[in-house]
Structure formats: C-alpha cells, structure tokens
Design a protein. Structure first.
Length: 200
C-alpha cells in the first residue's frame, strides 16, 4: 500500500516541477508603504511625526514627549512590521497640506512651556536631538550647504534646537527651532523642510 502512495506523491512532485519549469519567467516584489500614490489637486497631504533621535545618546523618544503642537487625537500610524522593528513611532500631526494649493504661514498652536518642559527641551537640544517627520511615506529632510563644495547635502529631520549666540555677545544661548515647510512636487523633485530658528 505504501509503494503506490509514494509513487503518486513522487509523480505529483515531478509534475509540479515540470509545470514550474514551463511557466514563463516573472519577477515581482512589494514593500509595504512604497507603492506610488496619485494625488488630485486639493487632496490632503498629511504630515506624520516619527521619533526624536540623537547620534549623541542613541536613545529615541516619542515626538510628543516634548511640548510640540498636538492634534486633537494622537493616532499611531505605523504601517508595517519593519517600522515597528526599527523602533519607529509614526503618529499623526496637526500639519496638513492640500495638493497644489499654496498655503501661507499659519500658526498651528501657542504653548506655554512649564519649567519641567523647558528643562527637557534644554536636555534634548544639548544632546543634539533631531525631529523626524514623514510626508507621503518620504522622510522630510533639511538642505545643508556644504562648505567644502558648491553643493547641497540633505539631512534627515531637523534639530530640536541649537546652541548659539547673538552677534557681539560672548555667552551662548539655546534656541528652539520652529519651522516652515517647503513642499516641492514634480517627477524629479523631492520634499524637504526649511528651518528658521526662533528664540525658545
């Protein structure tokens, strides 16, 4: 009884191999979150926030661990296992654009910072933390003029703040960075953030 069953199994295996060998070659792949998205004029573009990172401490924090503007409800937006394994904490934000519709400067919120929050901001600025954001599954970047060449490099995210000084003053102060988004669209374009410091 075993011999005929084994023969049928072997014959089925050979038939499957022959069928696969006769099939035309094909290639396909899918990475979650990388499928192209088509937008019509006026469609919403949602800016999402990710974790705060530092090359100095290697210890990530959630975006909303600092006193940044928040949406009415914070929603976790991680889309795939890779984002979770990387430690990404992608969440919604109060920043929204409409495709191909210019938007002038707009105040999203006003926040009074407590002494404890000011201390946390100071620590994050001194530890060189960067804010990471995502727009249409693309990381938002900051253009940086390279001093050694006449070219621009792009850094992921923007600094929470910087240590600097006023002209003619020898002491250093900490400045929290606010930002202006500049979104460019086109086949060979990219998305980036321009950052303008404001005293914090």
């Amino acid at each position: 009884m075993r011999a005929p069953a084994m023969l049928r199994l072997a014959a089925a295996g050979i038939a499957l191999v022959a069928l696969l060998a006769a099939a035309p070659p094909a290639a396909a792949f899918y990475l979650p979150g990388v499928a192209p998205t088509d937008f019509a004029k006026g469609d919403e573009l949602l800016v999402k926030v990710n974790k705060l990172t530092s090359i100095k401490t290697q210890l990530p924090y959630t975006y909303y661990s600092l006193p940044f503007c928040k949406p009415n409800t914070i929603v976790d937006s991680s889309e795939n296992l890779g984002e979770v394994l990387r430690g990404d904490r992608i969440e919604n934000s109060p920043y929204v654009f409409q495709m191909r519709e210019p938007k002038m400067c707009q105040i999203i919120c006003k926040i009074t910072v407590t002494e404890k929050e000011a201390k946390e901001l100071k620590e994050k600025i001194e530890d060189e933390y960067r804010v990471n954001m995502v727009l249409d599954n693309l990381p938002l970047v900051v253009p940086v003029q390279r001093p050694d060449r006449n070219t621009v490099a792009y850094q992921g995210g923007y600094h929470v703040g910087i240590k600097g000084q006023y002209a003619g003053v020898s002491s250093y102060r900490l400045f929290m960075l606010t930002h202006v988004f500049t979104c460019m669209i086109g086949t060979n374009e990219f998305t980036y953030i321009n950052i303008f410091p404001e005293q914090g």
